[in-house]
Design a protein around this ligand. Sequence first.
Ligand code: TTP
Ligand code: MG
Length: 412
Amino acid sequence: MIRWPAIVVHADMDAFYAAVEQRDNPALRGRPVLVGPRSQRGVVLTASYEARPFGVGSAMPMVEARRKCPDALVVPPRFARYEAVSAQVMAVLADFSPSVEPLSLDEAFIDMSGAAHLFGPPESIGRQIRDAVREATGLAISVGISATKYVAKVASAHGKPNGLIVVPPDRAVDWLAPQPVARLWGVGRKTVPRLHALGLFTIGDVAAADKRMLREKLGATGRHIHRLAHAHDPRPVQRGRRGKSIGSERTLSVDIVRRDQIEPHLRRSAERVARRLRAKRYLARGVRVRLKTARFELRTRQRTLVKGVDTADALYAVACALLDEFDAPGPYRLVGLAAFDLKPRCEAAQPDLFERPEKRRLETTVDDLIERFGSGVVVRASDLKRAGTVADDAPNLDFLDGAADGDGECRD
Ligand code: TTP
Ligand code: MG
């Protein structure tokens, strides 16, 4: 085997939402399935592979998809279910490497460099990952493996469904060459016609094109895609991709055991975190709950969300669901909540599933009051009875974490 400078795996579940529905309901198996709203309006979130030959897929208006594939069974989405399966998948991937970078609910990069002594050569690594995900979830994941993130990702897409494609680094440029330019990262619907107009249809065409010409015609994108076409992609897998997080945790003066004692602390942390998310104009796509037992064992449970949230209500709802997953017996001496996977909020963003618009309005009104009159101005009735249980002499932390390398501050 040639030497691999790095072994990067990209793994992506096949027709994720539809596959979960087919797994859970045998009547859907082998049938064309569209996941999305039954109403006339709205778009398809995904289509099962049985439906795809009809030319339907993600983001297509439901009306159009039903016209193209009249026999399709339409199933409304169950996001909580997909999140639970996603957590299982990510846990399986974490068994293979400490360096897993989730990109969404159903895909992740895994750095397997140096793991050959544990799992064998790339092909064998890929097979074991697919088998382990199937065993844990009953679902298929496609895997691409190369020495860079970019080539690994193109490879996993190329092999779908149920694919395993290994692209050794010395063959990467040739392997990419026949692929269409749309497979280049950063080349979207607008750039494809511009590349076609320049006579560039495949990645090989871009690789062979004059670097300066690409830069002149396309600016930074030109330079970027020229590098990708040569399989250059220096970005490392970001271990844990903890990225930015905003959190609030409390060490308690009295150890607590019962759920109804823990919840008010989570509620309070959720409010502090949500306020800071809104002030920084972030949406969080992950929520983490931390509990420390009286014996100082730290336990963490976290969940990735389909859409970003920035209200205390939404953070608190997820945190309460996470409480069910703790199996360590209390008592607990610390309760914390953090929001992670932060993305800048764009005003036009659609409201998400956990958040009701009136709740958000209420919370932003409270933000205004606090800004004008100080943080003591509004107190939740449910918070009053909890007063006095937070330790004064222990670290009570509101934190704003930087990237995994700990740069400390969250940049706006
Ligand atoms: P994808 O991985 O893009 O799609 P997929 O898993 O359904 O199919 P495949 O990977 O085999 O091509 O997205 C994962 C899930 O994310 C998908 O099942 C539904 C959801 N999703 C949306 O809600 N909206 C979208 O526009 C897309 C692309 C995906
Ligand atoms: Mg997928």
